[in-house]
Design a protein around this ligand. Sequence first.
Ligand code: SF4
Length: 164
Amino acid sequence: MVSKILVSACLMGHAVRYDGRAKPLIHPAIEGWMREGLLVTLCPEMSAGMPVPRPPAEIADAATGEDVLAGSGRVIELTGGDVTNEFLKAADNAVRLATANGCRYALLIDGSPSCGSGFIYDGSFSGSRRSGNGVTAAALRHAGIEVFSDREIDRLIARIDREA
Ligand code: SF4
């Protein structure tokens, strides 16, 4: 049996993003995995009690999710609030849920300070990107889960084909 996939709730069409919107990923593979019961859907930030909508947040000072996990990075809202603890709880929730459900893979939306895995924003709220993981993606990778961004769904399909 193919391993399960933890998936960002906003990719599944849930309106859970900071701006109250979803960002659905329409792809036949998603429908197939859903029919096979392989998807475990989570919004890490909502699981940590964050509301919808909420102020946008970025990892400050061009740091990464790994820095936040190590205690040297902070996650700050545009309005100045420090939500580092919430983001750490979100990451922990994601690892726990993925582990409890036997997820070998995660398919996460890119750019988010939680779910980003190819790029994140640099903390200046100016739209500047840097490569790196958000906090949840970093924690999942640390736990041995293979993380794919929404732009890498074809790589995930190929990876699962090799497993099957
Ligand atoms: S934490 Fe992840 S799942 Fe939740 S809204 Fe942000 S990108 Fe989507």
